[in-house]
Design a protein around this ligand. Structure first.
Ligand SMILES: Nc1nc2c(ncn2[C@@H]2O[C@H](COP(=O)(O)OP(=O)(O)OP(=O)(O)O)[C@@H](O)[C@H]2O)c(=O)[nH]1
Ligand SMILES: [Mg+2]
Ligand SMILES: [Zn+2]
Length: 310
């Protein structure tokens, strides 16, 4: 608590018009009324001056809470700290790591969809890791193909299955050493199942993928942060199937590590090369994701300049 009777905390969920705020531990140490084995979560409203200032608040925002009613765990958010990063969809502020969950089967791994999730992270300048889920549904050779594929794109991946929990244990340390990890990915890949394994007391709702379409059924509806260590949080998020690509044509190639590495070793003839059919372009057009790059770049160009589009 500071001299103005305000407490610092982090927004862990949005519920209707309320914010659920988890207060920082150290702020309460001076207050002898409480034992802090567990962090305090308050149901908060927001001061209207925040709306006048045009300050939006999302999950992950660091806020200041005043007028705390300790009996009923209520409070009022009076201010918000500037964000260090912001992920638009799923909307989470101050993310330090995006763990993109992609299942190898049910739903089936899809190059376009996986790339769209990765591009979202690259665009927000937040480091992604890829968690390959449901690996119990394929054999070792098939798994190696996926691991090599992702390695060729420039990403390491962590293969896991809730049926073989040894693989998940490797993830725990990673999450415990990260301030705010977001689990993102398509619906039905097992994001919530993973959290239920890591934090068994939660028992969050999960549901099986649709038998006919082999797709998820959008079970998780809201973003929520869960404590996974003393100073680390893990976000469950609603799955969605087609992340938007919002990017400038001129910087799109820099969002692909396999293109980045080529561009650091050699330079295209033209400084503003878009790596389409320009002479003297150094990008290898045989790379697996080149056609994905090209199609989406053309979409970006046509969207910006519809009158130039063919
Ligand atoms: N075979 C297998 N099934 C799994 C695994 N992990 C999750 N599932 C199943 O996949 C289904 C979907 O899991 P959820 O955890 O609800 O998926 P989600 O990613 O949270 O989905 P949304 O909330 O819709 O975004 C459930 O029936 C799980 O039991 C796994 O490692 N192996
Ligand atoms: Mg879920
Ligand atoms: Zn080029």
């Amino acid at each position: 608590m500071n001299k103005d009777n305000t407490y610092r905390g982090i927004v862990v969920a949005l519920k209707a018009n309320f914010l659920i705020v988890e207060l920082d531990n150290q702020d309460f140490k001076e207050d002898c009324l409480y034992e802090f084995s567990k962090k305090i979560r308050l149901l908060c409203t927001r001061r209207s001056k925040l709306d006048y200032k045009g300050l939006f608040i999302d999950v992950g925002d660091i806020v200041f809470v005043e007028s705390i009613d300790h009996q009923n765990n209520r409070g009022v958010v009076s201010d918000v700290e500037p964000r260090k990063s912001f992920l638009k969809r799923p909307a989470v502020a101050n993310v330090t790591l995006i763990a993109i969950c992609i299942s190898v089967k049910e739903p089936l791994f899809d190059i376009e969809q996986t790339s769209r999730f990765i591009i979202t992270a690259e665009c927000a300048k937040i480091k992604p890791i890829i968690i390959l889920t449901k690996i119990d549904l394929i054999n070792k050779n098939e798994l190696d193909l996926y691991i090599n594929k992702l390695r060729n794109w420039g990403y390491d991946c962590l293969p896991v299955s809730i049926k073989n929990t040894k693989s998940i244990d490797l993830l725990i340390e990673r999450f415990r050493n990260t301030r705010l990890t977001v689990l993102a990915g398509p619906s039905g890949v097992g994001k919530t199942s993973l959290i239920n394994y890591l934090l068994p007391t939660l028992s969050l709702a999960t549901s099986s993928v649709s038998k006919k379409l082999k797709r998820g059924t959008h079970t998780t509806r809201h973003v929520e942060l869960f404590a996974i260590g003393n100073e680390s949080l893990l976000a469950d998020t609603p799955g969605f199937n087609r992340p938007e690509i919002v990017c400038e044509a001129s910087t799109f190639a820099t969002l692909f590590p396999e293109f980045r590495s080529q561009l650091t070793h050699s330079k295209c003839k033209f400084r503003n090369c878009l790596h389409l059919d320009e002479p003297g372009c150094v990008i290898n057009k045989d790379l697996e994701r080149y056609s994905f790059y090209r199609e989406n770049l053309e979409e970006i160009i046509n969207f910006r300049h519809p009158y130039l589009g063919g």
